[in-house]
Design a protein around this ligand. Structure first.
Ligand SMILES: Cc1cc2nc3c(=O)[nH]c(=O)nc-3n(C[C@H](O)[C@H](O)[C@H](O)COP(=O)(O)O)c2cc1C
Ligand code: PXP
Length: 222
């Protein structure tokens, strides 16, 4: 027989996602909690892109810039930035269709954030600065990788790694390959989801029309 114990006060409590909140401020609050509560890569997020004809694909990337202060190509309005090889599969999809969706799921916190909107490439200066802030080993690994293209055998990649390493060891940094860059998602929709017992979850979405639009928010049925 099913459990028919009455729902307790915690389950019947109102939403903890405040109406009229600033979604960037709420993101900062949750992201700070994730730094403490999530064991590995609290900045890991799923990045969904789609081909020109609408076929989706998804993979994990790391968030490397975020918040109301992000300024996608001078349009302002904040954003969420990641870096990658623009000749990869995702890069090709982004070139064909400059929009994406991001998903954070902090399992230990039982929280999810979904973010959607157009993408803007970061400036070459910012891509350089980020690329050169990475450890030498990571710079080498990225420069030697034709990300997402077929590799006949791993040794081929390792040979390239050795070549790039030796070529730039003296300077201690690798020139950034022109195709290694970053993209900032300018959010049009941000949804916060928090687990509540018995699947009585709590969701609030924030939407706006453009980078300079006002946020409007609403609760959603779970
Ligand atoms: C936790 C995690 C973080 C990752 N971060 C990045 C990243 O920031 N940039 C990146 O290009 N690939 C990153 N990767 C690798 C991607 O998931 C993916 O394998 C790669 O980018 C190729 O994807 P694509 O073929 O769809 O272009 C990460 C993988 C994991 C598991
Ligand atoms: C291929 C690749 N590029 C970039 C990153 C992002 O990390 P970082 O810029 O800190 O090396 C990762 C992290 O797993 C990765 O696998």
């Amino acid at each position: 027989m099913s459990d028919t114990t009455p729902l307790d006060d915690a389950q019947l409590a109102d939403s903890v996602l405040p109406a009229g909140a600033d979604p960037f401020a709420l993101f900062e609050e949750w992201f700070a909690a994730a730094q403490v509560g999530e064991l590995n890569d609290p900045n890991a997020m799923a990045l969904a892109t789609a081909s020109a004809d609408g076929a989706p694909s998804v993979r994990m990337v790391l968030l490397k810039g975020h918040g109301a202060g992000e300024n996608p190509e001078g349009m302002g309005g904040g954003g969420f930035t990641f870096f990658t090889n623009a000749e990869s599969r995702k890069g090709e999809q982004i070139r064909a269709n400059m929009q994406a969706a991001l998903l954070f799921h902090w399992k230990s916190l039982r929280r999810q954030i979904r973010i959607e909107g157009p993408l803007v490439e970061v400036s070459p200066a910012r891509a350089d600065a980020y690329f050169h802030s990475r450890p030498y080993k990571s710079q080498v690994g990225s420069a030697a990788s034709d990300q997402s293209r077929p590799l006949a055998q791993r040794q081929e990649y390792l040979d390239r790694v050795q070549q790039v390493w030796a070529a730039h060891e003296g300077e201690g940094q690798v020139p950034r390959p022109a195709h290694w860059t970053g993209f900032t998602l300018s959010p049009r929709r941000i949804e916060f989801w928090i687990d509540r017992d018995n699947r009585l979850h709590d969701r609030r979405e924030f939407v706006r029309d453009g980078a300079d639009g006002e946020w409007a928010d609403t609760l959603l049925y779970p």
